[in-house]
Design a protein around this ligand. Structure first.
Ligand code: M6R
Length: 609
């Protein structure tokens, strides 16, 4: 995830900028840069790759100056490269900006600015912000920034500097964190507390829509209309390790809590304002090309494979194309029937999983059209595929995938709606209903995360059982697979997922008194059948925890405990139903004293066969 730092004060800015960026390295990045005002002009140094490369660059000619901003970039728009690295400048080089987040309407703004004569050097969404401030500047830096904020849409933490007004840094945020560290005759800016914790523990935490004018002696915080806001000083008492995790105990729980934001970012700029269609600027498919596809093959591993199974439901039901889903490690050894009418979709958070990459290469060898859904810009899989959709979830550090899964589901759902639009397989009203449902997801995910106490209690109650079963039908079965993988990989509890209708064909023999069974019952079309399956396990004295939608006042008659998720469209229920299962796995692992972020025998990125 991108990192931001800023400094204004009596000391040299560059050493702090580098120190702060180093503290943010754990978040993952692919390039870094700083901009320092030397008393006459702003000098920008930036470079793709590790911070060490940037450090080397400035070793010989360290930029002199007492005001500066810096950034580590985790690519979203435009591959990792020197020019795409931040800070970005306008045409004159007198305005610089660093940015975390996504400017949704950047393409439209870029066209307008190009028509006005602006010359762009990068592929990023951020560069439009630097040109916009140049466009609006009429002698008042603050007024120009305000005008920029009125134009841009999306999520951002933005920090601005200009040669015209070098004694101040202006910063603002919307849906991305930004803190100001309060020093003595100096002030610091950072996207995250670890960057400033060595310099000060007194901070202002900016809220959405606030803008701060930071000088060496003062910090003025106001809303976008310029009305002053009184801020309370937040005294940081976390140690450095806790600060890296944003105050959470583990990266996994931090990433579970990041899901509302990650889902929002995945959809950012991709939903038409009137909900009529999906906008995938990265796909230039024509109706004819899509009509020519007669089969889709989804290839992935682990959690990404589980997302692929949900994707099959979406693509078959919405876009009406036959879909097969393969584990990547199996795909290339089974002589798959693939040709130039097949679209092979590979899904991979890291974009580096060797089996998935090999599957992709095999698909290309067989002449298929290929599409990668991945989280890492410029990864091997992204480079190899004909087309790429990025999930924009931000880096996932915990070995157990959480936000990668939910953002993969959002992407697959958008893809199915997009293809349905091109294939004319869905009436406009259904497209609108689904896109409307997608828009509700961030708030609904947030609602689940607001009340985790009952889930914690179940985890403590059943965390020492050696076997747990997950059952469901249709899309609930797909979520059951992911819930069971999560539980086994971090808590080491033996967990099995079964299609509920399949139990009586063998597995029912394992259901005995006291065995916990997590029963998902969110799918209206198979709800009654699911209740019958719940009765089957209850008759064997299993302890059943039901996952159902709010408004289902029936389920508690059949189960021992119920976890309700917000009512959602049946296709979107998996995105919500998985969250209690992630939490259950997390708290079970805590109860058992497991190393949550680094489970035994597992690695985050599997680059061996
Ligand atoms: O990076 P990828 O999405 O290709 O990784 C695939 C699997 O290794 C990964 O999803 C794994 O199953 C997770 N640790 C599960 O939480």
């Amino acid at each position: 995830m991108c990192g931001i730092v800023g400094y204004i004060g009596p000391n040299q800015a560059a050493p702090f900028l580098i120190e702060g960026l180093t503290k943010l390295e754990y978040r993952g990045y692919d390039s870094a840069g700083i901009a320092v005002f030397d008393g006459k002009e702003i000098n920008v140094e930036k470079s793709v790759g590790r911070l060490g490369i940037l450090k080397k660059k400035i070793e010989t000619a360290s930029p002199n100056g007492h005001v500066g901003i810096g950034h580590t970039r985790w690519a979203t728009h435009g591959r990792p490269s020197d020019v795409n690295s931040h800070p970005h400048t306008d045409c004159t080089g007198k305005f610089v900006v660093v940015h975390n987040g996504i400017i949704e309407n950047y393409l439209h703004l870029k066209e307008k600015l190009i028509a006005r004569g602006h010359v762009f050097s990068s592929e990023t969404d951020t560069e439009v912000v630097a040109h916009l401030v140049e466009e609006y500047y009429e002698g008042d830096f603050e007024a120009a920034v305000r005008k920029v904020l009125a134009e841009i849409e999306g999520s951002y933490a933005l920090v601005f500097m200009t040669e015209h007004d070098p004694d101040k840094i202006i910063c603002t945020k919307q849906d991305n964190p930004l803190v100001i560290g309060l020093g003595n005759g100096e002030n610091f800016i950072a996207s995250d507390i670890p960057a400033i914790i060595n310099r000060t523990r007194k901070t202002y935490i900016l809220s959405d829509g606030e803008m701060a004018i930071v000088t060496k002696d003062s910090v003025w915080v106001m809303n976008r209309q310029g009305v002053p806001v009184t801020k309370k000083v937040f005294e940081v008492n976390w140690d450095a390790e806790a600060a890296e995790k944003g105050g959470y105990e583990h990266f996994m729980i931090k990433e579970i809590y990041e899901q509302p934001k990650a889902i929002r970012e995945t959809m950012s700029g991709r939903l038409a304002k009137d909900n009529s269609t999906i906008l995938f600027d990265e796909l230039k498919w024509t109706q004819g090309e899509v009509a020519a596809i007669n089969k889709i093959a989804i290839v992935a591993c682990g959690t990404a494979y589980h997302a692929g199974i949900v994707g099959k439901y979406y693509l078959e039901n919405l876009a009406r194309i036959p879909v097969e889903v393969d584990l990547a490690s199996e795909f290339r050894y089974r002589s798959p029937l693939i040709d130039d009418k097949t679209m092979v979709i590979v899904i991979s958070q890291s974009g580096e999983t060797l089996d998935t990459l090999a599957g992709l290469k095999e698909a290309k060898r067989l002449g298929a059209k290929t599409l990668a859904i991945t989280n890492v810009v410029g990864s091997s899989i992204a480079r190899e595929a004909d087309n790429v959709i990025y999930t924009w979830a931000g880096p996932e550090i915990a070995v157990a995938s959480t936000k990668a899964y939910t953002t993969q589901l959002v992407t697959l759902c958008m893809l199915a709606i997009y293809m349905a639009g091109l294939r004319e397989t869905l009436p406009p009203a259904r497209i609108q209903e689904l896109i409307g449902g997608l828009r509700n997801l961030p708030a609904q995910a947030h609602e689940i995360l607001e009340d985790v106490e009952p889930i914690k209690t179940f985890a403590q109650q059943y965390g020492f059982n050696e076997d747990v079963f997950f059952i469901g039908r249709a899309l609930d079965y797909c979520v059951a697979l992911e819930g069971s993988l999560k539980l086994k990989e971090i808590s080491y509890i033996h967990a099995e997922a079964y299609a509920a209708g399949e139990l009586k064909h063998g597995t029912l023999a394992l259901i005995i008194e006291g065995v916990p069974v997590i029963a998902l019952a969110t799918q209206p079309d198979v709800y009654e059948k699911m209740l019958s399956n719940i009765k089957e396990v209850k008759a064997r004295d299993a302890v059943v925890i039901g996952i159902a939608m709010k408004g289902d006042d029936h389920i508690h008659n059949y189960v021992d405990h119920t976890i309700h998720i917000p009512a959602a469209h049946k296709y979107l229920a998996p995105l919500l139903a998985v969250i209690p299962l992630q939490l259950l796995a997390y708290y079970a692992a805590i109860t058992r004293g497991c190393d949550v972020d680094k489970p035994r025998n597992l690695a985050k990125s599997v680059t061996v066969e």
